[in-house]
Design a protein around this ligand. Structure first.
Ligand code: PSU
Ligand code: MN
Length: 304
């Protein structure tokens, strides 16, 4: 039935059939998150890091209306080159890409949906969407959070950028029963920085501790995901005030230009990149490498 929509790469299919560890990866980070050709280079390196760890990478995207679980190098190159011309696809958008045989870059939410359809339980990325600052007026809350509430996939990220209201994001996740775990930290990391001023719900110091909590959660039929917040390595983290100022400037410009809806996150991310120059791109790439390595370790523990 699902074969009607889903193309699972033979390498991934074999791994899933044999209960080998698989890590899902998103494609919005490729098309919208980084410039070409760094995006393609990063996406390929991410797959290599996972493979070297002993797990199988599955980059997820929609190509010609097919839900792809595991991409070829050519497909990654295609999405990376097409960049923001590829539609950014969240839960809402998914059926239309399929019905129109269109291409789509999957957000955290859409990647979780497709990973779940394929039976992949661990997903590594950079940052998740959340409750935007000013959401009390705009209602701008990422669909990623509802997906985490309902879909059984653990997401390893470097926390969330403070373009969001991190306090409200944590409250929202609490309401929907989504645990926020700090990997070797009590403090929620804020993407470019290891600090945010907010605490996580639980600290876990090993991939096994995280895998044990996931097994218990799903064993108890407590549906939904888990946020595994993994701080950016110290040597790549950015100065707190520099990034705070860049975010404030980006938010101000978004407000002046009346940027709304799905344009909001890519606009803010792009502005921050422009303001901070190459250093934020390097940090971004490094934290993704760090996250997918941890995702692979958790996926390996989960298969035990
Ligand atoms: N946050 C980041 N980098 C990203 C994204 C968010 O730091 O690349 C992307 C992810 O694909 C995420 C999406 O799922 O943006 C959230 O978009 P929105 O806020 O429109 O739901
Ligand atoms: Mn939004």
């Amino acid at each position: 039935m699902l074969e009607k929509y889903l193309d699972i790469h033979p390498r991934v299919k074999e791994a899933l059939d044999q209960n080998k560890p698989v890590v899902a990866l998103e494609s919005t980070i490729i098309s919208h998150g980084m410039p070409y050709p760094e995006n393609v280079k990063t996406a390929l390196e991410v797959e290599k890091i996972i493979t070297d760890k002993g797990a199988i990478p599955a980059t997820i995207a929609i190509i010609n209306g097919r839900l792809k679980v595991g991409l070829s190098e050519d497909e990654i190159e295609y999405l990376g080159k097409k960049g923001t011309a590829v539609t950014k696809v969240s839960r809402r958008d998914l059926p239309f890409m399929v019905a129109k045989n269109d291409d789509g870059a999957t957000t955290v939410a859409a990647t979780m949906i497709i990973a779940d359809l394929a039976g992949i339980r661990v997903f590594g990325t950079g940052g998740i969407g959340g409750v935007h600052r000013g959401a009390e007026n705009t209602f701008d809350i990422s669909a990623d959070l509802q997906e985490l509430a309902h879909t059984d996939v653990a997401v390893v990220c470097a926390g969330a950028k403070s373009i969001l209201d991190l306090g409200l994001t944590l409250e929202y996740l609490e309401t929907y029963g989504v645990p926020v775990v700090g990997y070797q930290t009590e403090e929620l990391p804020a993407f470019y920085t290891r600090k945010s001023g907010f605490n996580v719900d639980y600290r876990c110091d090993t991939p096994k501790e995280i895998a044990d909590a996931l097994k218990a959660k799903w064993g108890l039929n407590l549906n939904g995901g888990m946020v595994i917040a993994n701080p950016i390595p110290e040597e790549y983290s950015m100065d707190f005030d520099t990034i705070a100022k860049a975010i404030d400037d980006a938010l101000k410009e978004a407000d002046e230009k009346d940027i709304k809806g799905k344009e909001s996150t890519p606009f803010l991310l792009d502005k921050i990149k422009q303001i901070t120059g190459g250093s934020s791109l390097e940090s971004n790439i490094r934290l993704v490498y760090n996250n997918v390595a941890l995702a692979a370790e958790i996926a390996i523990e989960l298969t035990k």
